[in-house]
Design a protein around this ligand. Structure first.
Ligand code: ZN
Length: 250
């Protein structure tokens, strides 16, 4: 088994060497190793105490913003304390070395940018921004935090609309960065898929799009995904330790 894993890791390293346009696609499995729980996992910490449809849907936000912010105040605490891990740092190194052109991420935690990655497509938004739902004025998240402390439900200075973290909630459309991600996926020649179950659409569709445009695809995830069958290389294991070994091969 160990030899088979070594072979696959070397194949990924070789693809990163020969690719002209490598793209990473990252998901919740990257962030769990920074202590950010995924609501789909068992024993999911904060999520166990809340109904995702109340605190992670646009309907829930509109129906009960106080309940929504009860959760997000706690979640902001978790996100603010999280630190980038080996996977984030290794992707920064690959970008600096010219081996990676960009990262499409489903994570809203801003950790790729905090680690130092420059080209990041936040296709599910980024919690480090706040947005008025009425006039769309943008606020730095620190302003939203201080408003939560003083007002409980943060309001827009300009129009008194509710402020919302600039993250895609259930029931909302994806931001423009998703269009850019589609463009990237159809132009890459290697897609490295990390820590995502590929169950959330339309982002998961980027994998078959890249494949049908001629890219090689490698998937590293703890559990099997619906697109393992189209991938050229599949590794089911803990992400961090696998990335350590890949880093040694590069
Ligand atoms: Zn406003």
């Amino acid at each position: 088994m160990r030899d088979e894993l070594t072979t696959k890791i070397r194949q990924i390293a070789a693809q990163l060497h020969i690719a002209n346009y490598a793209l990473a696609l990252t998901g919740a499995g990257v962030s769990t190793e920074s202590g950010i729980p995924d609501f789909r996992s068992p024993n999911n910490g904060l999520w166990a105490q809340f109904d995702p449809m109340e605190v992670a849907s646009i309907q829930g936000f509109r129906n009960n913003p106080a309940r929504f912010y009860e959760f997000w105040k706690l979640r902001f605490g978790v996100l603010n304390q999280a630190q980038p891990n080996i996977t984030h740092r290794f992707l920064v190194e690959l970008e600096i070395q010219g081996k990676l052109k960009g990262i499409v991420t489903q994570n809203i935690d801003n950790l790729h940018k905090r680690a130092g990655s420059k080209t990041v497509y936040d296709v599910h938004g980024n919690y480090a921004r706040g947005l008025c739902v009425d006039c769309e004025k943008e606020y730095p998240i620190e302003t939203v935090f201080s408003k939560i402390d003083s007002q409980r439900i943060p309001l827009c200075d300009h129009c008194h609309g509710f402020l919302k973290p600039d993250v895609v909630l259930f029931g909302e459309l994806l931001p423009l960065s998703f269009e850019e991600a589609v463009h990237q996926a159809s132009h890459c020649d290697f897609m490295l898929v990390l820590g995502t179950s590929l169950e959330v659409h339309p982002v998961a569709d980027l994998v078959p799009q890249a494949k049908s445009a001629g890219a090689k695809v490698a998937i590293i995830n703890r559990d099997p995904t619906p697109y393992d069958w189209i991938a050229d290389i599949v590794i089911h294991s803990q992400l961090g330790s696998t990335m350590e070994r890949l880093r040694e091969e590069i």
